[in-house]
Design a protein around this ligand. Structure first.
Ligand SMILES: [Zn+2]
Length: 65
């Protein structure tokens, strides 16, 4: 239950971030180059500044675009 609560809190913070800024660090390490965290352009769009790979968020995981 604690994990679910944490996710809800993160979701809330995530929404606040979206309102404050359109781009921010997702905290997810790029699975392609493993060098830098992905930047979020929206709730579903992620981008790696290290290797320029784009990702799409699918539920709790990410996929290559
Ligand atoms: Zn990368």
């Amino acid at each position: 239950m604690k994990e679910v609560f944490m996710q809800l809190e993160e979701e809330k913070e995530f929404q606040q971030h979206l309102e404050e800024s359109s781009v921010f660090d997702s905290g997810i390490l790029c699975p392609n180059c493993m060098k830098t965290n992905l930047v979020e352009h929206s709730a579903v769009d992620l981008y790696c500044e290290g290797c320029a790979q784009e990702f799409i968020k699918v539920e709790k995981s990410i996929r290559f675009k």
